[in-house]
Structure formats: C-alpha cells, structure tokens
Design a protein around this ligand. Sequence first.
Ligand code: G6P
Length: 529
Amino acid sequence: MGDLTLWKRYTTYLCLCPKLGLSLDISRMGFPEAFPDHMEPSMQRAFTAMKELEAGAVANPDEQRMVGHYWLRNTALAPTGEIRDQIASALDQIKNFSQRIHSGTITSQNNEIFKNILIIGIGGSALGPQFVAEALGTSGDRMKPSFLDNTDPDGMDRVFAELGDDLGRTLAIVISKSGSTKETRNGMLETQAAYRRAGLEFARHAVAVTGAGSELDRLAAAEGWIARFPMWDWVGGRTSVTSAVGLLPAALQGLDITALLAGAAACDAVTRQTETRQNPAALMALMWHYATNGHGEKDMVMLPYKDRLLLFSRYLQQLIMESIGKEADLGGNIVTQGMTVYGNKGSTDQHAYVQQLREGVANFFVTFVEVLYDREKPSMQVEEGVTSGDFLFGFFQGTRQALYEKGRESMTITVERIDAFTVGVLIALFERAVGLYASLINVNAYHQPGVEAGKKAAGAVIALQKEIVGLLGKGQNAMTAGEIAASLGKPEAVEQVFAILRHLAANPDRGVAAVCEGNVGEWRFRAKQ
Ligand SMILES: O=P(O)(O)OC[C@H]1O[C@H](O)[C@H](O)[C@@H](O)[C@@H]1O
C-alpha cells in the first residue's frame, strides 16, 4: 500500500475520543474493508450482552454472579440501592482513612506517622495496584509503596531488608478477595513475624481488603486490625483495580483516585456506545478477532513507549489471558480459547526481541501505546533541535513502519499524557474490550476454573511433604526416593517424593540430609541427627 493510500486508511479508521484524550489507529491492521460490516451483527450482540451485564444480569453463570466493576465508577448504574450504598460508603471510607493516615490522626504503635505501605496480595489483588503505583508514582508521594506478591521467601527478605528500621512506620495492606489465597497468607504470616522481630504488634500496623466473612476478614476482626475494607463477589479480582483493591493503596500513596475513577467513568461512557466505529474498545475487540481469527492464533505484543507503563502488559496478561483463556465456551463446547499477551516497553524492547518481530515468525500483532506529552520539565537538546522525547517518538514511529514493511500488523493507542485520568481510561478501555471480545467468541470472561487445578495439586504436594517428613522423623536409615514412596504406600509418587526430598535437602534448616551418589534414583535421604 502506498503512503497516500495508507494516509487515507489512517484518516478513515482513526477513532478520535477527545473526551478521553485518546485515539485509536487501526489502519496498520490488514483487515479487508468488508470485515467490520461482516462482523457488525456479532458486535451488536456483544453490545447487547454488555448492556445486560451492566444492568445486573448474571454474566458469570458458572459462579452465578453478577459482574459489576462498571458500577464502581458510576454507582447510578448499580442494580440495587444496597449496592449503590456499599460502593459509595467504601469510597468514603477509603478517602477518610487515607486522610487520617496522612494527617497523623491514625498513627503507628510508636505514635509515628506512617510513611510506607506494604501491599500483600497476588494476581488481581496485586497487579492492578502495582501498575497504578508504577504509572503514577513520583518522588513526592505521600507514602512509598512496596509489594509482597509471591510466596518466595528470598523475595520477601529483600522487601523486608529494604524497609529495614522503617517497619514501625509501615502500614501493611493485606488484599485478598477470597481471603484464603496461600501466597498472600504466607506473605502476611512472614510480615507478622517481621513486625514481631522488631518488637511491634502487627495488628496495629495492618488493614485488610477482603470479602466479608472470609478467613482474612475474620482474622483481621479477631486481632483488631486498624481497619477492614470490603470486596464484593460481583467484582472479579482482575477487574478490581477501581474497588478498594486498587483505590486504597493509590489513595494512601497520594494519587488522585477521583481523577482515576473519572477517567474510567468517561471511558465507560464512550465505550458503551453501540456505534462500533466510534467505540475504541469495540474496535480493539474487532481487531483481536480479525488478527487471531477469533481463536488466539496470534499473540498480542504490548509496546507502550513510556517507562511508566512498563507494568501495563503484566497487568493486561492477567486481565486478558485469565478472562479469555478458556477450555469451553458458554455452550459447553470445547474451544480452547485464548490470546497470549506479552511486552514491556519501547524503545527498550527494540534492543531485545523486535528483531524477531520484524524478521522471524509472524505470529503476533502489536499494540503500541504512544504518549504525546514528553515530560514535566523543559527538555534539553541531545542533538541540534532534537530531544530525548523526539527520539522516543522516532523509535516508535520507526518500529511501526519497519514492522508494517514486513507485513507485521499493529494498532496504536495514542494518549495525551500519563496521569490518573488516563490510567483510569486505559484500565476501563481494556476491561471493556475484553468483555466485548468474550461475547464475540462466546466465552465466560469472568471465571477462572483452570486456576484451581494448580492450587489443588500444590496442596497435595504439601501434604505429601508432611508425610515424608513424618516418616523420616521416625529415625529411618537413609532411603532412596523409591523406598520412601513405597513405605508411604505411594510408589507411583516417586518422582514427586524425590523432588520434595531434593528441595528439603538443599535447605540446611529443613532437617533432611542427602547422599547424592550415582543415578538420582540411588540418592539416599534421611533425617539429620
Ligand atoms: O484476591 P484473591 O482471592 O487472593 O485471589 C488472587 C488471585 O488468585 C486466583 O488464583 C485467581 O486466579 C486470580 O483471579 C485472583 O486474582
């Protein structure tokens, strides 16, 4: 396609959303002109399904749940007065609490003003808050956030070391919708122990964000934590960033949560429109369908040209892959759906994997994010008349062009600047695109049945480990993994038994000694004397 034809395609399809300070360019996606019309009936069905969802339909049939994250930004939409009140009062509670922490009305056990927050959560209870903190944080923030989002002990030690003597001025926020996620529970227990070592009472430095009556909620109530904030079953973890999950850490950090909610609400209003060409979320869903044949045949590479958006693709990985990656469709047919998402930021990634994107396997399309406003301060010139920001822009344009020349497709989201409003817009834009796309391919975007299998299997591994330790504790002679598995009456579990023993033996404080000679099947394990 010649440059002028491309310009025509650009001007024809550019979706300008002045109310959002956003535009979406789909001209470098190679869909045929007839494609949008061909898909229009399906798009209209998707809009109808979304309308029903927003009105309180049980859009997550497996779990018999409503899907209400859009109400969080516009309470008037909520289907009952009770839900409206719950949302409004949680928001008041968040603002009020943050103000009292900042002003020192609520202080730490040692009567000091809290200056750090330690957020403990995983998945939807961490990725949103992390993305927002990274996208909007400045050196002038009211409180400095850190995160425990795993059960990796070394990872936790690093965070505790970083906090050092400041633990006494750190407010721990434990976030878990279910209140029973093991990684989060472990992070909380390790944090409790860290406070204890520092001679401090965890409860006087802790708040919880969780579902009413959950394990975490009951613990926080029993121990008298400083405060508890609600999560509701009609908000999914991966769409919870505009609930207390994302808003409480953001407000404490000192970010403008009113603007963030306003951005999300404005984007919801724009993407609620049923005219596909005017609706950037609908166009994105349409392009996902085109690019992947409605079946995840291509991956989406997220390339924001802005350091602040580094965690966007990580956040989107959960939002999209946990929502779309499903074995069965809503009719129960096996469809093995999905869409892979990865990426970091440009132009950094240009020096990593863009080589393959341009010349290697063509199994992807790119979503660029361009940010027009370069920086708060005036820019110096790095070459005559040229700034670092011009280079960032040039690299983005160059990569877009270079990919296009090789038949690699891309779309571009352009925003004016990265601020709380825009972050709210981006969050809502992708939430809506996921919902619409899920309708196009007829999957339930709001459950995650596949996640349970790994959790159950992990539970079985821990149970087996307890049996092994019990057996070794009876003072047995050194035994091979095969002998131990047989003694437990589980000869078929030998590989797992071996893996458990090797892990325990590698950690000197775990009380297992190993003689590692010959084939691994001959390695012998016993309890340390
Ligand atoms: O918030 P929680 O209940 O602790 O859940 C945290 C995460 O864990 C699960 O594995 C789900 O797959 C995620 O969707 C969820 O966000």
